[in-house]
Ligand binder design. Structure first.
Ligand code: S3P
Length: 425
């Protein structure tokens, strides 16, 4: 895919559904009694992997362009899949679904693409094993393929070393099947969509500070879920609207859950002209239209408890920082190294190839703004967030930027390139 400099971006855009919430709607819909109807479901490859896995475990899921209907079979309704489950590129499917599989009365194997087979699974194997599950990394390297032998689980109070919603959700969903309460404490609060949706489906879950506690054996009941637009996908347009001169974008119906809104807070702190309009609520998730105008920006330090609220936005924030006066320091973000690619290395290499002033650190990056970007030939490394971040960078670079392996945007935002092109047509 090729990108050239644009002089302005204008218009309105409606962002596809939130990836995290779409996954959870399938999983909780499958574990509920009755029908769950999901509108604005994200038709991205990751969420389709989740649908495929649950269909293989006997759940009837009807997926039409506008809505997904899941005929739930209750907590104990899944059946043994006849083949290994394929999670594709989806870390969320792998980790959260493992929490459910750990409690089944059957054995399952799961695997995914080459990226999934390199991502750390020890972080779910450890707590789920403490609950009594038997999970083996088949190649003995702490990664998928995994062999999960379901067993009777006991509740635990787990103190997680990482602020990870995938880890938290795996444990909480396993906790639905356990003997006694299960709680998870994390270093700072990660996205809380599982907690919100579990409550919405009738589960009993309490949160206190950084700890979430679930009561087992709830009767979950199918619901109507309207998925808000994904703020992680909106982030590319928020940043593009700020850095491309003479721009004004209205990004409609975006989820602004406070555990996900770090991108807005950071952009505003850097001097970004961002207004939230039409604030609303969709099944417990806050939404807004986001109005963004080109702005003069100043570098800041980004670290600590804000990091989990913008973890997936750090690649596009690294692009943003190139257009801010002075230094932006991203720290406490070592998790970037174990995402779909090593996002510290890939961002630093790509930005350097574009003439930016950027340095990798152990847990982030230091970017000094002010240098103009030059076009380059870049590789997405099959990482959707890298492809989209550097497509935006390409709109501000002299010459023609080429992104190789650009089709990976299918993972979270299949229409990204055509949506972006409409704003500078
Ligand atoms: C997700 C949690 C985050 C995020 C991922 C989606 C989720 O991962 O990066 O894209 O839906 O729970 P971690 O739990 O590894 O931080």
């Amino acid at each position: 895919m090729h990108f050239t400099k644009v002089s302005k971006l204008n218009g309105e855009i409606t962002i596809p559904g939130d990836k995290s919430i779409s996954h959870r709607a399938i999983m909780l819909g499958a574990l509920s009694k009755g029908t769950t109807e999901v509108s604005n479901f994200l038709q991205g490859a990751d969420c389709l992997s989740t649908i495929d896995c649950f269909r293989r475990m006997g759940i009837d899921i009807n997926n039409t362009a506008n809505s997904v209907t899941i005929k739930g079979k209750g907590l104990l309704g899944l059946t043994k899949p006849s083949q290994i489950l394929d999670v594709g590129n989806s870390g969320t499917t792998t980790r959260i679904m493992s929490g459910i599989l750990a409690a089944q009365s059957f054995e399952t194997s799961l695997t995914g693409d080459t990226s999934i087979q390199k991502r750390p699974m020890g972080r779910i194997i450890e707590p789920l094993s403490l609950m009594g599950a038997s999970i083996t990394s088949i190649n003995n390297n702490g990664c998928a393929p995994l062999l999960i032998r379901g067993s009777k689980l006991n509740g635990i109070h787990y103190i997680s070393k990482v602020a990870s919603a995938q880890v938290k959700s795996a444990i909480l969903l396993a906790g639905l099947f356990a003997e006694g309460e299960t709680s998870v404490s994390e270093p700072s609060v990660s996205r809380n969509h599982t907690e919100i949706m579990l409550k919405y489906f009738g589960g009993s879950i309490k949160t206190l500070g950084t700890t979430a506690t679930v009561t087992p054996n709830p009767v979950l009941t199918g619901q109507k879920v309207t998925v808000p637009g994904d703020i992680s996908s909106a982030a590319y347009f928020i940043v593009a609207g700020l850095i491309v001169p003479n721009s004004e974008l209205l990004i409609k119906n975006v989820g602004i859950n406070p555990t996900r809104d770090g991108i807005i807070r950071v952009c505003q702190q850097m001097g970004g002209d961002i207004t939230l309009l039409n604030i609303n609520d969709k099944n417990g998730e806050k939404t807004a239209d986001i109005l963004v105008k080109s702005s003069e920006l100043t570098g800041i330090e980004i670290g600590g408890s804000i990091i989990p609220t913008l973890i997936d936005e750090l690649p596009i924030i690294s692009v943003l920082a190139c257009f801010a006066k002075g230094k932006t320091m991203i720290k406490d973000a070592a998790e970037l190294k174990v995402k779909e690619s090593n996002r510290i290395d890939v961002c630093v290499n790509n930005l350097t190839a574009m003439n930016a002033n950027v340095k990798a650190t152990d847990d982030g990056m230091i970017i000094t703004g002010g240098r103009s970007l030059h076009a380059a030939v870049l590789d997405s490394k099959l990482d959707h967030r890298i492809a989209m971040s550097f497509a935006v960078a390409g709109l501000m670079a002299d010459g023609t930027t080429t992104i190789k392996n650009s089709e990976c945007v299918n993972i979270s935002y299949p229409t990204f390139y055509s949506d972006l092109a409409k704003l500078h047509a």
